[in-house]
Design a protein around this ligand. Structure first.
Ligand SMILES: Cc1cc2nc3c(=O)[nH]c(=O)nc-3n(C[C@H](O)[C@H](O)[C@H](O)COP(=O)(O)O)c2cc1C
Length: 160
């Protein structure tokens, strides 16, 4: 089982969790990075509109993988524009498995996980699980137990 973790992280929370996931699952990690930073309000605007922004080169061809885990923060209840761009660039995604990990300031309603799930399912990928981790728990280093539960469920899904 070859897993690719694709992580967008603006202020480091999501990357911290993605790095633990990488070590625990012995996965590869590719970082999604924007070419230019945008003002806070433009970040919010882009997310609300489902916009895309240019990103630096990263691994988006899944030819050598059978599973993709998309990791990103929730912005304006939605996905950051860099993640929208990354998803649009995916190649050889059909029939691969995927899971979604988001970090967020609160666990109130958000559409980021739903959007990623719907988009990747439409590409013919198979959903394996999702998790939301609170930013404050990442900052307190208090997310291992929750992540372990996610990993166990995810591994069980892969076996079934
Ligand atoms: C532009 C922007 C919009 C955000 N919008 C939300 C939001 O709608 N809901 C939420 O719970 N957190 C929101 N947050 C908080 C982030 O999701 C949270 O701090 C996350 O852990 C940041 O991850 P990162 O450090 O990997 O960038 C927002 C943060 C930013 C910068």
């Amino acid at each position: 089982m070859k897993i690719l973790i694709a992580c967008y992280s603006y202020s480091g929370n999501t990357l911290k969790v993605a790095q633990k996931l990488k070590n625990d699952l012995k996965a590869d990690l590719t970082e999604i990075k924007t070419i230019k930073d945008r003002w806070y309000l433009l970040k919010v605007w882009d997310s609300l509109r489902g916009n895309q922004v240019p990103i630096k080169q990263c691994t988006s061809d899944l030819r050598n993988y059978d599973t993709l885990i998309v990791c990103c923060p929730v912005w304006a209840g939605r996905t950051p524009a860099a993640v929208n761009e990354y998803l649009s660039l995916l190649k050889n995604a059909k029939d691969n498995n995927f899971a979604v990990l988001v970090t967020a300031g609160s666990d109130k309603n958000q559409k980021a996980t739903i959007y990623i799930r719907e988009y990747l399912s439409e590409q013919g990928m198979k959903f394996m699980g999702q998790i939301l981790i609170l930013a404050e728990d990442v900052q307190k280093d208090d997310f291992s137990d929750k992540l372990d539960i996610f990993i166990k469920r995810f591994q069980k899904e892969q076996e079934d």
